[in-house]
Design a binder for this molecule. Structure first.
Ligand SMILES: Nc1ncnc2c1ncn2[C@@H]1O[C@H](COP(=O)(O)OP(=O)(O)OP(=O)(O)O)[C@@H](O)[C@H]1O
Ligand SMILES: [Mg+2]
Length: 425
């Protein structure tokens, strides 16, 4: 007899909404539910055949939900980023001295897992911090207790100006910003950060700021001002070293950090009397590479992790790791985790729809990778170039024909060189 999950577990698994994290309530909801997804049970083909049509239909929906809700898998690249962000946030949070906290910049190309990697670290920190403080803000004054929100996650507005950026931050707290002037907004952000006991302010997609625009420079300066609030500023963006964000910065070889000039806004808005440079660690989240044996092993381990989360009924062991499959997957995705995830989940759906119930190169050739994601700004590099496709268009719409080798020699495991020439953090 086939073991099926209870109806309520299945209903929850199948009715999940895409996560929103840009308000305090949605951030908290995501944090508390992010590991709750229950994958479909593993069934053999023989077991599946014993099911009634209705049971099969439900189980197939559960399998689809499983394929599109794969857990984050640790990679050597994500471990490097997680460690640095984690260390910086925790060290800063426990620091008693009034000095300005160093910030962190996380850079990488589009779809390489920057947002998910950093959010996971922050969510884990938030859980620990709330546990430590028993859900109450240690800075709150008795009788006026504000909700304790150790993390504030904000997406940079596509056309960011100091006012709209303050509004985006205040939207996270649900504060009313109607008819407020910039000085009022700045004061309100400072008050919200303090009153809610915020330890880290995350600005995702920060490279939507274009540093040749005065408004955008002004916005970055304003964000640096909030570092005076003893908050760790976490900036996430595409190819930060070449984005202009560091243009006015200088690299400090001794501390291996970037130093950015003092914040004019901090002085003007009275957030800080003295002028201090802002320090940032810069860490790069790379794609998979296959130059060294260690890198090849790491890529294979990731493929094994993906395979383990698939529920195809005729999948042979080593489906993604044996033969020429790893080279094929590298060629299709250039080692970008997000593209790999998309290819596998679309392939798995095709395998189920066609009844083939396994993944092979012929089937994956039929999958056209297309990233139509309204939440990503193509102009800011948030949509990666898909191997075999034209460069991303500003509309964000990309399609590519199946990647077929053009030479006899298999070149997919040839490394295309370092992604970024920059000082490593
Ligand atoms: N370590 C991982 N293991 C498995 N899947 C991952 C991993 N990291 C990211 N992904 C998947 O890759 C996709 C892209 O990740 P994410 O949105 O974090 O990328 P990003 O670098 O922030 O992209 P963008 O620059 O477009 O904002 C997501 O669907 C995510 O689930
Ligand atoms: Mg992102």
């Amino acid at each position: 007899m086939t073991e099926l999950p209870p109806a309520d577990v299945l209903a929850t698994a199948l009715s999940r909404q895409p996560p929103r994290r840009d308000t305090a309530a949605s951030w908290r909801h995501w944090c508390t539910t992010r590991h709750q997804f229950v994958p479909a049970p593993r069934l053999t083909l023989a077991q599946w055949k014993t099911m009634s049509l209705a049971e099969r239909s439900l189980h197939d929906m559960h399998r689809t939900a499983t394929h599109v809700n794969m857990p984050l898998l640790e990679t050597p690249m994500s471990i490097k980023v997680s460690r640095l962000v984690n260390r910086r946030i925790r060290n800063n949070a426990f620091k008693q001295k009034p000095s300005t906290r160093a910030g962190v910049m996380v850079s990488g190309w589009g779809y390489q897992g920057k947002t998910e990697t950093v959010c996971e670290v922050l969510a884990a920190f938030e859980e620990d911090w709330l546990l430590l403080h028993d859900q109450l803000n240690p800075q709150a004054v008795d009788g006026t207790r504000d909700l304790h929100l150790p993390i504030a996650y904000v997406q940079t507005p596509v056309t960011a100006k100091p006012k709209s950026t303050c509004q985006a931050i205040l939207d996270f707290f649900g504060a009313d910003t109607k008819n407020m002037t910039l000085p009022e907004l700045v004061r309100q952000v400072a008050a919200s950060l303090h009153d809610h006991g915020v330890k880290a302010l995350v600005l995702d997609d920060i490279t939507r700021l274009r540093m040749h625009r005065a408004d955008d420079q002004d916005t970055l300066d304003l964000l640096r001002a909030f570092m005076s609030m003893n908050v760790t500023l976490v900036l996430i963006g595409v190819d930060i070293p070449h984005s202009g964000l560091l243009r006015e910065g200088r690299w400090d070889e001794q501390t291996r950090q970037w130093l950015l000039p003092t914040s004019e806004h901090a002085r003007v808005h009275g957030l800080e009397a003295t002028q201090t440079e802002r320090r940032f660690d810069l860490v790069e989240l790379d794609r998979f590479r296959t130059t060294t044996p260690e890198q090849i092993t790491a890529f294979h381990a990731h493929l094994t992790g993906l395979e383990d989360n698939l529920r195809l009924l005729k999948a042979p062991p080593g489906m993604l790791t044996s033969g020429t499959m790893p080279e094929y997957l590298m060629r299709r995705t250039d080692g970008v985790v997000g593209l790999l995830e998309r290819l596998i989940e679309d392939g798995a759906q095709e395998a189920m729809d066609s009844g083939r119930e396994t993944l092979d190169e012929n089937l994956l050739d039929e999958v056209i990778l297309s990233l139509d994601d309204p939440g990503r700004d193509a102009a800011a590099g948030e949509i990666p170039t898909i191997p075999g496709s034209p460069a991303p268009t500003t509309s964000g719409h990309l399609k590519t024909a199946p990647a077929r080798p053009t030479k006899n020699r298999n070149t997919s495991f040839d490394d295309h060189g370092p992604g970024l020439a920059q000082p490593s953090a």
